[in-house]
Design a protein around this ligand. Structure first.
Ligand code: ZN
Length: 193
């Protein structure tokens, strides 16, 4: 059997639907990610997850729910609020109507380490991956299964003050001080490829 890594668990603390004016902006970028195929669809969902930090200096954020098809008109209940994560226990604490994205712990770890980052967009794009070395984009050292503690650690190891990086054989992460900046950086990299 292949090594699956340590997947994190989600604990739902409540079912209230996120309410925030910035959700509309995030929904627009979900559509754009689908349009440019930066989060390719699969049966019942899309390969990508987008989030923004709720308040400066705090680690709470809103993220796309798991198995959300970004091609769809997304209602507010497609999004989940992450209250906190316990990286050691591998547990994510969330509020919402559905389970949060399988990469919620990755988003949390980045917000925790980088207080200058207020939006994180993760997508899958073969074009960007194949041009990584040509465009001098930093890549994680090793391929790790999605949703694992090992994947999070691999990203933290290379993060420093970077705003765009690649998870080996997996996908890209685009960071911004706001939603617009994270989105435009991803599009800019895509257009370079
Ligand atoms: Zn992914």
């Amino acid at each position: 059997m292949t090594y699956q890594g340590v997947k994190f668990k989600t604990k739902m603390l409540g079912s209230e639907i996120p309410q925030d004016l910035r959700l509309e902006g995030l929904k627009d970028w979900c559509k754009k990610f689908h349009h440019y195929n930066l989060a390719p669809p699969y049966e019942g969902g899309s390969y990508g997850n987008l989030s923004f930090r709720l308040q400066d200096g705090q680690d709470q954020f809103i993220i796309t729910g798991t198995k959300i098809g970004l091609k769809n008109e997304l209602a507010d209940d497609c999004f989940v609020r992450i209250q906190s994560c316990d990286l050691e226990k591998g547990t994510v604490y969330a509020h919402g109507m559905r389970e949060p994205s399988s990469e919620s712990m990755l988003h949390f770890a980045i917000y925790h380490q980088r207080k200058d980052v207020n939006a994180i967009f993760h997508g899958h794009c073969q074009k960007i991956l194949s041009k990584a070395s040509k465009l001098k984009i930093t890549e994680t050292v090793k391929e790790e299964p999605y949703g694992t503690v090992e994947l999070v650690q691999g990203v933290l190891d290379i993060l420093n003050d970077k705003s765009f990086l690649i998870m080996k054989e997996h996908g890209f992460i685009s960071l911004g001080k706001n939603i617009k900046e994270a989105g435009e950086l991803a599009l800019q990299m895509y257009k370079k490829c």
